[in-house]
Design a protein around this ligand. Structure first.
Ligand SMILES: [Zn+2]
Length: 466
């Protein structure tokens, strides 16, 4: 029995691990690599042979850095089933299709720009909409807390991870030669105080813990300050005639921001300006949230069951068509614009940046994690100029980061989770994944000092014998 690490080992994207038990292989996640374009593209296209030959895949949650390469896997010959929670399957149905459409568009754009069509050396999309559809036909829903045998020797049980709708802690009881080892893969771990989500569960009897470490070297500020701060930024920006641009992941960030604006309104602290969601995907996902109240915090669940929509602050307007989006980009009215993509590597937010970054009246509010080498990270680092669609643009807009809105556990949350899991079981091995190296190293040291455990920090290709 072993776990082999591939993606999101010493980085935060491209989550993919191999669990090998009794000659069978079960994949944990199959996400897209993001960041340096050429390198990420190569990794996304070159899936290892063992992944294509694996017997099954268990998906922790719908974020694309965990799910986004499943269509490639299926397209290249993976013959097993994909198991995930019911909300995650619903979310993947819209998110993988959207990812495929973006890749088709990007390939068309590159081919046009480089004249490849004439030269016969076309850029092909990583996968297309038909591939995404085929992947969905392999995807099956397993409810929370219901043990299910994914292949001989590997029994799966999902538990609440509190990160995004449908996200799960993946418990795997692995049996080989009469010996059973319980592995717990956190996927992304949420936080106790996230307004929309339930508190992460503690799973008993864990022997081996595979834990994320995105914020392993940082503490989030108090969640309650976020609403106040967001309200201030909006009031100041609108007061000087500017626009508030909020790049968000369509999944979870967008709904948390809407819920935060709703609370600001209830507290009488929201300025009366239009709030645009310029993202068909975020609109579709918000509907899926309302279809799965069982996965949400108790008070939010109660509101939805009473047909009270927690995601519709006054002034909210949905922008679906590209035409309406262009019209919005061209106006100058003070407003709030929520658009993707989350790390600003594509999507409609780039068009808003094109016109908006050079205007000192505007604000950009960063509300999610920005990986290295992404436009979002460069903005967060307050560079004087950034490239948007390949053209250098000066940054005069104010850049704000609201870290407290993060859906990831911070360093203390991670240590608390590891301690509680160790106490509820017999954790002999702990490996830190899904974190940049500085973050993993800091967390490893804390866990070593406080819990007397020796965390592994695996790199791509490393194996952990169970
Ligand atoms: Zn995630």
């Amino acid at each position: 029995m072993f776990i082999e690490f591939y993606g999101a080992a010493d980085e935060v994207t491209g989550s993919l691990h191999r669990l090998h038990v009794g000659g069978k292989d079960v994949l944990l996640d199959c996400g897209l690599f993001q960041g340096h374009r050429a390198a990420a593209d190569r990794l996304n296209r070159e899936l290892p042979r063992w992944a294509l030959d694996a017997d099954a895949l268990v998906l922790s949650h719908a974020h694309l850095d965990h799910s986004g390469n499943i269509p490639s896997l299926v397209k290249r010959g993976f013959g097993g089933n994909v198991y995930t929670t019911p909300p995650t399957r619903d979310l993947c149905a819209v998110m993988l299709r959207d990812a495929a459409m973006i890749q088709e568009q990007d390939a068309r754009y590159l081919n046009r720009r480089m004249g490849h069509e004439q030269q016969g050396k076309q850029v092909l999309p990583l996968y297309d909409v038909a591939d995404a559809q085929q992947a969905m036909e392999r995807m099956f829903s397993i409810p929370m807390h219901r043990p299910f045998s994914v292949t001989s020797g590997v029994k799966l049980t999902f538990h609440t991870s509190g990160h995004v709708l449908g996200s799960a802690l993946v418990a795997l009881d692995c049996t080989e030669a009469g010996r059973t080892v319980r592995v717990l893969f956190t996927g992304d771990l949420g936080r106790a105080e996230l307004p929309l989500m339930q508190t992460p569960e503690i799973v008993s009897g864990v022997d081996v813990l595979l834990m994320e470490s995105t914020y392993g070297d940082r503490e989030h500020p108090d969640m309650r300050q976020n609403d106040e701060r967001l309200g201030e930024i909006i009031r100041e920006t609108v007061g000087r005639g500017g626009r508030v641009l909020i790049p968000t992941f369509a999944l979870e960030r967008a709904q948390e921001v809407l819920f935060s604006l709703e609370r600001l309104h209830d507290a009488g602290k929201a300025p009366q300006v239009p709030i645009y969601i310029d993202s068909p995907l975020a609109i579709a996902i918000t509907e899926i949230y309302k279809l799965h109240p069982e996965g949400l915090a108790a008070d939010v669940r109660a509101r939805i069951l009473e047909r009270d929509d927690p995601f519709s602050p006054p002034g909210l307007r949905y922008i679906s068509s590209a035409q309406a989006s262009k019209a919005l980009q061209a106006t100058h009215e003070p407003c709030v614009v929520i658009a993707g993509a989350g790390m600003c590597e594509g999507g409609r937010i780039l068009h808003h940046f094109n016109r908006g970054l050079g205007d000192s009246r505007n604000s950009v509010v960063i509300v999610g994690f920005m990986a290295q080498h992404t436009l979002g990270r460069r903005l967060q680092e307050r560079r004087d100029a950034v490239k948007v669609f390949g053209v250098e643009r000066p940054v005069h807009a104010q850049i704000h980061t609201l870290e407290g809105l993060s859906a990831h556990a911070d360093a203390s949350d991670l240590v608390r989770f590891a301690r509680a899991t160790a106490r509820a079981g017999n954790v002999r091995q702990l490996a830190l994944v899904h974190g940049e190296e500085a973050s993993r190293a800091a967390l490893a040291k804390r866990i070593h000092d406080e819990l007397q455990l020796q965390p592994a920090r695996p790199k791509r290709g490393d194996r952990l014998e169970l």
